[in-house]
Design a protein around this ligand. Sequence first.
Ligand code: SER
Length: 581
Amino acid sequence: MNLKDKYINFFVSKGHKQIPSAPVVPENDPSVLFNTAGMQPLIPYLMGEPHPYGKRLCDYQKCIRLTDLDSIGDKTHHTFFEMLGNWSLGDYFKKESIAYSFEFLTKVLQIPIEYLAITVYKGDEKIPRDEVSAQVWKELGIKEERIAYLDKEHNFWIPGSSGPCGGDTEIFYWRSSKSVPEVFDPEDEDWVEIWNNVFMEYYQEEDGSVHELTQKNVDTGMGLERVVAVLEHKEDNYLTSIWDEARTLLETISGKPYEGNEESMRIILDHIRTSVIIASDPAHIKPSNTDQGYILRRLIRRAIRHARKLGIDLNSNFEEQLARCFIKLYQEYYHEVKDNQEIVLNILKNEKEKFSKTLEKGLKIFEKISEQKEEIDGEMAFHLYDTFGFPIELTIEVAKEKGLNVDIKGFDEKFKEHQEKSRTASVGKFKGGLSGNSEIETKYHTATHLLNAALKKVLGSNVHQLGSNITEERLRFDFPCDHKLTEEEKKKVEDLVNEWIEKAIPVTHEVMEKEKAIASGAECMFIDKYPDMVTVYKIGDISMELCGGPHVNNTKEIGHFKIKKEEASSAGVRRIKAIIE
Ligand code: SER
């Protein structure tokens, strides 16, 4: 049985419910590009909202971390990884959580206790030292000299700069053929962290102040690739069974051994795998020059450049072969990987074809410059970006290999100049000043606010927006609800929205202080994500929301509203797709 199944089985046997993995592109949090931890989709529940699956949860979650993008190529870093997690939402706390982790590691995975060491939070002026956790570990047989008390920098977990947080206890494993030292030295890199149990007791505000949460939670996270490496006694994560098939295939495709070509091979393997995950996500990300699309583009283009470096024929379907390996590996666990495989393969192929055309020419420029100069100036870096499709990060990487500097500041200036030009152009195109939003999208935007208000009236005030997406064809709206809407409920919602449209209600907006907006009852998804001054859109006394707009001036402009589909989006979350006619 593989690790994911063993983990889920174990926690299910301890009364946990398995929740499905959330999409890797967060649906309700515009402040981050990707889910970086298993707990991220659970934030509303960690803050007290009841979870439809109960108080004991477990899952495996697709995560992407970009902080380590430049480290890819070494033995241990990945952009995509899977995180195993278990949670107690106001149910058990430190004692049970630690006991479960210990039992899973030593009984199910049969890791000898001698190979384990622990860190606990040493406390600070606001939060006391975590004696309880240390005591539990000792009672389970961990020796005092294998427990280290560390500060906030190491043993405190918070998702970003604010949010539910708390001290944690981390479990380390001795990953070396050298004999295990008696005394645990957390600085010694042969001790690797494998599991993190966060005891979320607090909420930290943006200003750093901390208050206690009424509900005390446990949030644990275990990096799958790391644990597999530990269990398979591999010091190089890319030599584990996770990568065996793809790595061997890459050796065959390139006609080169892994040994001696590790860096390029790891980059190709990692980047193609992450691209498969991003491109198969329900968010339908395509390579582009902004946000997630830009990351996808960077990953594919960097993989292609390294494939060329290994001498792989870019006209072959090497990217497809590798992608198929990863599709096979993940499709059983993430159905979207299977459902969207054709989309994924097309994206990879198209992006490869696009970039292969300019890659050679771009690389020649580096050759020429390195013969004459020591630096790629801002103008040239921008030219490489704009004409030859080199993401700036790729330019920096190739330049480094050739011993060249890059004037990044100069590039940024050129980039801004260019953006300014295209912005002016687009304002010119949409004379009404609705840059980037067509008239129909604007109507959908206002209709979304009306739908939100109507759902509250029909289903109860706890309905709110968990996610929203607008195209020229439809709106999509996700909200918490524990049942499939009845025909009658759907009709009521539809009728209400149309009634409000017919009433020709003016839509007004006002810029005000965030605190004042919230105090006056304006709705928003994540209060901390907004700046101090916010725009509040009002539709008569029907709706008041923090929003960037744009909206129609009067509801009458919307037309006729119709719900096309109502379905489950994820556990306890329903999704409505609606059109205007
Ligand atoms: N949130 C913690 C982490 O990411 C535990 O899940 O490590």
